[in-house]
Design a protein around this ligand. Sequence first.
Ligand code: HEC
Ligand code: HEC
Length: 203
Amino acid sequence: MKKTLYMLAGCLLAMNGAMAADQVSVERGGAKAWFCTGCHGYNGMGTHSVAPLAGRDAAEMTAQLVKFKKTRRSVMGSLLDKYSDEDLADLANYFASLKKTDSGVASFERDIQPILEWRCQSCHSDKGEGQHKSGLNLASYDGLMAGTHQGGDLITPGSAAGSTFFVMLTRKDHLRMPYGAPPLSDDELRVVKAWIEQGAKNN
Ligand code: HEC
Ligand code: HEC
């Protein structure tokens, strides 16, 4: 009995320790985050041209950052030399701890527009290849709702599975959007799905 109690106490202490360590990591990350929010927006909420970080999965983000640093791929690769892998995990833990949609309500302006600007508009706006071929202009809510020049509606409010827009993001063949680029992250797909299911409003 006594032994069981000791074990229980040991477990509780260990859990407490783990939680405290997470909290310390979040705090350390917060102290370093100013450099990141310069581009990723206030509280990591994202801007019209740079992806949001707030509320994303910490492990996924850490892995992404470590890879950016190692491969020196893209804009991010060249920015991370001064951070240790532990620093990167701290930053990821910090941004993951911030809530992206406190109310649980997805917003076109806050959540969807940055994705369109960042991942789609290079092709789906004036003279882009995607707009040229499909007629789809993703520079605005109205453009998205107007659909393709074949007259196809892309959004069925309330049903992500019934919306070509969502289907194109999750296809398994070469036509998956963004065309020829890595797919949207799980977090981005989640917020797109939530936004459509909540009625695809211009909010
Ligand atoms: C100079 C502007 C700039 C700064 C500063 C910056 N980033 Fe970025 N970040 C970008 C851009 C642009 C992209 C997207 C393009 C790319 O893949 O390089 C990006 C991509 C990312 C991604 C991948 C997002 C995704 O969904 O794929 C993560 C994670 C990230 N940044 C985290 C950070 C962290 C953490 C910091 C602070 C150490 C930081 N960034 C600082 C501009 C910046
Ligand atoms: C590198 C360029 C490129 C990027 C980036 C891109 N697209 Fe496309 N998109 C295309 C091209 C090209 C077509 C036309 C494909 C065809 O019909 O052959 C297309 C077609 C589409 C269509 C129409 C499908 C149909 O039924 O006709 C949708 C919807 C779409 N894209 C959504 C997106 C979304 C959402 C993003 C961003 C997440 C995106 N695209 C990013 C190039 C791009």
